[in-house]
Design a protein around this ligand. Structure first.
Ligand SMILES: *[C@@H]1O[C@H](CO)[C@@H](O)[C@H](O)[C@H]1NC(C)=O
Ligand SMILES: *[C@@H]1O[C@H](CO)[C@@H](O)[C@H](O)[C@H]1NC(C)=O
Ligand SMILES: *[C@@H]1O[C@H](CO)[C@@H](O)[C@H](O)[C@H]1NC(C)=O
Length: 550
């Protein structure tokens, strides 16, 4: 910008160019800002003029300035300040500032030059173009980053002009003062320690500019720094492990729990989305869903306690900022058992029919129960009616034996339907009923009969039957069956367990009473029948040997 011409500072043109009568030149120095009437110099005396004749000789001063800054008292010839002089107004920032006057006196005409130097006083403070600076700095800015600030200006010159800057105490910035080629100074903020928006998102400092005057003057500006967000935070789950419980068979859409991760960053840098993490097995993804926006985990499939009592859900949270990193957490979902399974009853062994002379305590059936539920829901109690001559003994948990509690009377009751009730202790309780048919055989009821024929007469034809010694499954044959020696009827002595003994053979001998006695052997096949069918003898092989004929 071109400085506008300042007449008083230009070399002034002579007021009377046709006269070249400059006789002398004098100079005064005064500080600016003097009040009206302030003494500048005794111009009459300094020019050697007679004070008494000033008026008569039409003494006057001529100035090129717009304002009549100085005046002469014609009474005493003293040059004084007529109007307060602002050096900065008069000469702006020129290092030297002069008011040029011409003194004219007539009879004879004389011309004098007077220079009045206007000295700077420190009447201006440095000032910034704005009282407040706003700077936006990203929190990712590296220490050492520079942020130039607008300079302060001081209208004064020389030592009264701007000397230095200072920054109020703060944690992050220092000031670096630079000098331009023209000698003017400006300051830049230098980041000293990194910013963290999440810790503090606004910093305020006061920048002060000082001049070199005496007394020193200063001007301030408020620097407000807004820290811009960088995606420098990952979301943080509010728990490292989440735990929830869920009743099995919970309906679809049931809320299991709500994940909550927070990201200290702002905007999309702080917007969290949720998902299963890569570890989450397919099964879990089929059973549960994660809402990406709310973090709500809901039931999606059928959750069966009997398949798994706890599920581990691996989840992740990620912000939507650039180069986002996922963080992980785990959700343990405990499945609470509901009593959705009735007890199962398994008859592992049934031995019927029962001899009516079987002693009390004879084992009829071995029963095992199981329940797929857990806890009380799977704790099973078995009962039979109390009005039957049977008892249920529990040898160990979930195993029972059904035994007779008294002698059975076939003539009174030939068969019993015993209803076994297995009931779990869940609430509500579930139960299973099973009916066991127990038939009791008549005492000595024959399961089959053998007959031998001897053509001899009397003693020699008198036959007696016996079962030859032998073993069935390690037990003497005599404990299984007996035979009526007179008529050959064979009786079962015990209940046979069809599962263990499907059939067996016995040897029956018929012997006459002759001397020497003659005998014959026959093999009898005894076939068992499954469960509730009575035992029967399907075949009595008939063989002849010697004189005995069967
Ligand atoms: C999420 O976690 C943050 C931090 O622990 C907590 O301030 C906020 O209240 C939580 N929000 C919910 C919905 O629980
Ligand atoms: C036992 O149950 C069977 C089959 O339901 C039935 O035929 C029989 O009559 C019942 N016996 C008794 C004594 O109730
Ligand atoms: C019948 O069997 C018994 C025992 O094995 C044997 O001692 C006897 O000789 C047999 N009798 C005949 C006629 O084979």
């Amino acid at each position: 910008r071109r400085r506008p011409p300042i007449p008083s500072c230009e070399k002034s043109r002579p007021a009377f160019p046709w006269l070249d009568l400059v006789l002398a030149q004098i100079r005064y120095s005064i500080p600016e800002e003097l009040e009206h009437g302030a003494f500048v110099g005794n111009i009459a005396e300094d020019l050697g003029l007679d004070v008494a004749k000033l008026s008569a000789r039409r003494f006057r001063i001529v100035s090129g300035a717009k304002k009549q800054y100085l005046e002469v008292n014609l009474e005493n010839g003293i040059l004084f300040v007529n109007e307060k002089i602002d050096r900065e107004e008069l000469c702006e920032r020129s290092p030297s500032c002069f008011l040029h006057l011409q003194v004219v006196i007539e009879n004879p005409l004389e011309l004098y030059r007077v220079e009045v130097e206007i000295l700077d006083v420190n009447d201006n403070s440095p000032s910034f173009p704005w009282s407040e600076f706003n700077l936006d700095i990203t929190e990712s800015a590296a220490p050492g980053s520079r942020f130039p600030l607008e300079s302060a200006q001081d209208q004064d010159v020389g030592t009264n002009s701007l000397r230095s800057y200072q920054l109020s105490a703060n944690q992050h910035f220092v000031l670096n003062i630079q000098t331009r080629n023209d000698g003017s100074k400006f300051a830049e903020l230098v980041l000293d320690t990194p910013l963290d928006r999440e810790q503090q998102k606004k910093h305020e400092m006061v920048l002060t500019a000082y001049d070199g005057g005496s007394p020193e003057r200063s001007g301030t500006a408020l620097i407000t720094i807004t820290v811009l967000d960088a995606n420098d935070n990952v979301p943080v789950f509010d728990r490292s492990v989440y735990r929830a419980s869920l009743v099995e068979n919970a309906p679809r859409g049931t809320l299991v729990l709500k994940l909550n991760a927070t990201d200290l960053d702002e905007g999309s840098n702080g917007e969290v989305t949720y998902a299963f993490s890569g570890h989450a097995p397919l099964k879990v993804r089929e059973l549960f869903s994660v809402d990406p926006y709310t973090g709500e985990i809901r039931v999606k499939g059928v959750v069966d306690y009997e398949k798994a009592s706890v599920y581990e859900l691996y989840v992740q949270a990620k912000d939507r900022g650039p180069s986002a990193v996922a963080v992980h957490s785990k959700v343990l979902v405990d499945i609470l058992d509901v009593n959705d399974n009735a007890p199962e009853v398994i008859l592992t062994s049934v031995s019927t029919p029962v001899q009516e002379d079987a002693p009390p305590g004879t084992v009829i059936a071995v029963i095992s129960v199981m329940d797929r539920d857990s806890g009380e829901n799977g704790n099973v109690d078995c009962q039979i009616p109390s009005n039957v001559p049977f008892q249920l003994h529990s040898s160990f948990k979930n195993y029972y034996t059904l035994v007779t509690s008294e002698f059975l009377d076939r003539e009174a009751v030939s068969e019993y339907n015993i209803t076994l009730t297995a009931r779990d202790l869940g609430s509500p309780s579930l139960s299973t009923k099973k009916t066991i048919l127990v038939q009791n055989n008549a005492p000595g009821a024959s399961i089959c009969s053998v007959t031998a024929f001897d053509p001899d007469s009397n003693q020699n034809a008198y036959l007696s039957y016996s079962i030859l010694e032998g073993q069935i499954q390690g037990m003497p044959v005599s404990t299984y069956v007996s035979i009526n020696s007179d008529n050959g009827n064979i009786y079962a002595l015990r209940s046979f367990d069809y599962e263990q003994l499907r059939n067996f053979q016995i040897q029956v001998q018929a012997q006459d009473a002759g001397f020497p006695p003659l005998s014959s052997n026959v093999t009898v096949n005894v076939f068992g029948a499954a469960t509730t069918e009575p035992l029967y003898c399907t075949q009595c092989g008939v063989y002849t040997w010697g004189g005995v004929h069967y």
